[in-house]
Design a protein around this ligand. Structure first.
Ligand code: 4AD
Ligand code: MG
Length: 430
């Protein structure tokens, strides 16, 4: 009977055939241990010479790393392995013999591994990160579908720049100038006026010359947008969403988190509500902590965010940033013109900002004024301004960066490991 490694627990004491690759191997004179992987998981295959005979034992012993095989064997419980099962091998058929696989069990440098990303993805650790990523994606769809949101796909090729003009990837659109989307938000606002509660999930691009563990040039963003939702309610959706994906990963990726050596007790604490601190108080807090480089009006860098996050064991919202630090579309605080109704959600353990969100300006005159102040081309934003002309309503939304969230939940150091093929400042290959 054909099986996959993931299905082995359902087939205990049965003989199954799996297609697999040899991830690793060790052997003595009488017994060989094959570390098998098939994409669905990893399992140890045990080949006992006295049971399979000399010829098959020699075949098994000579298998090279990443050779592909069909293995037939008896599924057995194995309490010692993290997976809990092993395969007592009865037969091995070689499909393709792999020669000189470059990634050996010894340590390799990061650049070498990144050059071999197309192969590195096969490793147990990278496999686990991709599974966690997939679970976050699955849980995202579940959360928004269960809560009455409609998925809407904004365009990738755009004529406008929601998050400022300095980080745009320009391209030719026949005779016109176009940009790769840095956020779908403006289109999602239009969609919210048509469908109420919407979310997008797609690639976004930032031509940022940043080379940090948090920055990618191409990353995936989840952008919900909600009509008739104001600042406070927007935060509630965010904390419920983030709690939901963390708890889903804990529930459905226990083996992967174990492979990654993730401290799950930290993740278990991630339940709504999350703490909130105003930008004003965050500045005071940092000054008291001895950060003398921060005064009111300055943006926070990674060390500042980390210092604030360290005071909490949950993600923390930093709210009400100065208007001057944020994009043109954010709604001013009605009690204070100098700050906006926005929040950044900062992940624990130094992973930084995972969400940026706000209430949006719904007053036409104010929005027109802001477009001018930011020296944006009113013609390009005409359609966006029109949303304020025909039945304008208070509305809010946010954007969650998938890779930073994957890195945090998996506990991997750098976002380059949280996307299959990262686009980095110095890397477009493979
Ligand atoms: O804070 P940002 O720039 O917000 C927006 O784009 C809004 N228009 C979203 C909205 O309200 N609909 O980006 C949102 C999130 C950040 O919090 C971060 O998680 C992620 O996107 N992000 C990046 N992730 C990886 N690499 C980069 N260069 C990123 N830039 C932003
Ligand atoms: Mg931001």
């Amino acid at each position: 009977m054909k099986s996959t490694i993931a299905e082995l627990p359902k087939n205990v004491d049965k003989e199954v055939k799996i297609g697999a690759w040899i991830a690793n191997k060790r052997s003595s004179g009488k017994i060989a241990f094959l570390q098998l992987r098939d994409g669905t998981g990893f399992v140890q295959g045990v080949v006992v010479k006295s049971e399979v005979g000399e010829e098959l034992f020699q075949t098994a012993k000579s298998l090279t790393q990443e050779s592909s095989v069909y293995v037939t064997g008896l599924v057995q419980k194995d309490e010692r392995s993290p997976f809990g099962y092993e395969l007592l091998v009865k037969d091995v058929q070689l499909i393709h013999s792999s020669v000189d696989y470059p990634i050996t069990p010894k340590e390799h440098g990061t650049e070498f591994l990144m050059d071999n990303r197309h192969l590195w993805l096969r490793s147990k650790r990278q496999h686990a990160v991709m599974k966690v990523r997939n679970e976050i994606i699955r849980a995202t769809y579940e959360f928004f579908n269960e809560n009455g949101f409609t998925k809407v796909d904004p365009p990738i090729l755009t004529g406008s720049a929601p998050e400022g003009t300095t980080e745009l990837f320009a391209t030719k659109y026949f005779d016109e100038d176009a940009y790769l989307s840095q956020s779908g938000q403006l289109y999602m606002e239009a969609a919210a006026m048509a469908l109420g509660k919407v979310f997008s999930f797609g690639p976004t691009f930032r031509a940022e010359k940043s080379k940090t563990r948090r920055h990618l040039i191409e990353f995936w963003m989840i952008e919900p947008e909600m009509a008739f939702v104001e600042f406070e309610d927007n935060l509630v959706v965010q904390e419920e969403y983030v709690s939901f994906i963390v708890q889903s990963v804990l529930k459905n990726c226990a083996l992967e988190l174990k492979t990654l050596g993730r401290d799950t007790s930290k993740l278990e604490k991630i339940t709504a509500p999350f703490p909130r601190i105003s930008y004003d108080d965050a500045v005071k807090f940092l000054q008291e902590k001895g950060f003398d480089d921060i005064t009111w009006g300055d943006d926070f860098g990674a060390p500042h965010e980390t210092a604030i996050a360290e005071s909490y064991d949950k993600p923390v919202f930093i709210t009400h940033y100065p208007t001057t630090l944020k994009p043109f579309y954010m709604q001013p605080d009605p009690n204070r013109e100098d700050v906006v109704l926005c929040a950044d959600l900062i992940a624990p353990e130094g992973y930084g900002e995972i969400i940026g969100g706000s209430e949006r300006i719904h007053d036409m005159d104010l929005l027109e004024k802001r477009v001018e102040e930011h020296q944006l081309d009113t013609e390009t934003y005409k359609w966006y301004l029109e949303l304020r002309k025909y039945g304008s309503v208070p509305h809010s939304g946010f954007g969650l960066g998938l890779e930073r969230t994957v890195a945090w939940i998996s506990g991997v150091e750098h976002v380059r490991e949280s996307i299959p093929f990262p686009r980095l400042l110095n890397r477009l290959y493979p």
